[in-house]
Design a protein around this ligand. Structure first.
Ligand SMILES: C=C(O[C@@H]1C=C(C(=O)O)C=C[C@H]1O)C(=O)O
Length: 273
């Protein structure tokens, strides 16, 4: 049996995937934005994926974590951005257009605004048109991933708030946007494939991180982000999952509970390797 593995179609995932085949992986890869991968994972259509940390919290009884990896910020993240013509404190009652690609970041936005900026009655909705149009029309809007990086390069009239940076300023902790999530039933059905994958993923990431410059030189997104842009973006992301990440994640889940975004607190359960 082969593994069906999700792949986030953002440039932040390149360090996990570029060398995966070279490291021996011969299963299937299914690409999508985080919200699509969350859906496939919840439905059992893929076995494992880097996916929204909030998705883990919603369905944690069905999932386990691959230890040691995440997609996190430790300060600015550069690709989870709120574009707003007004200050954060003034967003109560105003409409905020949010990306349909996210699960974690839309809840992080709510937590930041409610817990630290005194906002009430937030009106967050995925717009009918594109989020980019809302930004161009001077509205408040949340983008993630490559579309956020591109929109920041275009700039615009309003302010740009980096949600990783805001989280760090208020908590002093990393923020965990994505975790490597495995379905429990897949872990039970394909234990050997999974332990091979754990080794292949670690090797692939190590190869990528040992020479980010060389990786940037063969990454197509260099056409718009530049090789130096890619390297500095990957360098400031945190792909680890250590004790500080766990504390940041648990605080986020607690604040989601406090603000009515999560019905119960998840247990963090790792696969046995
Ligand atoms: C750091 C990012 O985090 C992403 C945000 C996610 C979410 O909001 O659910 C999910 C996966 C991450 O890749 C990004 O979008 O650039």
């Amino acid at each position: 049996m082969t593994l069906r593995v999700g792949h986030i179609s953002y440039v932040n995932c390149v360090p996990f995937f570029h060398f995966l085949h070279q490291s021996g992986f011969n299963g299937e890869i299914v690409s999508g934005v985080p919200s699509e991968l969350n859906r496939l994972l919840a439905a059992g259509d893929i076995d494992l994926s880097p996916s929204s940390s909030f998705e883990y919290a919603l369905h944690w009884r069905d999932y386990q974590l691959l230890p040691g990896h995440s997609i996190s910020s430790n300060g600015p993240v550069r690709s989870v951005l709120l574009f707003s013509p007004v200050a954060l404190e003034e967003l109560s009652g105003k409409s905020i257009a949010v990306t349909g690609e996210s699960a974690t970041s839309i809840n992080l936005l709510q937590v930041l605004l409610r817990e630290f900026h005194g906002c009430r009655d937030l009106d967050c909705e995925v717009p009918g048109g594109s989020v980019e149009e809302v930004i161009a029309d001077g509205g408040s809007a949340l983008l993630i991933g490559d579309r956020a990086l591109r929109a920041a390069m275009r700039g615009g009239g309003g302010k740009i708030y980096d949600l990783g940076e805001l989280w760090f300023r208020h908590t002093g902790l990393p923020f965990v946007f994505a975790l490597w999530i495995v379905r429990r039933d897949a872990a039970a059905a394909k234990p050997e494939e999974l332990s091979r994958f754990v080794r292949q993923l670690a090797a692939a990431r190590e190869m990528a991180e040992s020479d980010l410059q060389a990786l940037a030189a063969v990454t197509p997104e260099r056409s718009w982000l530049g090789e130096e842009g890619l390297v500095s973006y990957w360098r400031q992301m945190s792909y680890d999952f250590q004790d500080r990440h766990r504390r940041g994640l648990e605080l986020f889940f607690r604040l989601c509970g406090k603000h009515g975004l999560l019905a119960e607190q998840p247990e963090l359960s790792r696969i046995q390797t």
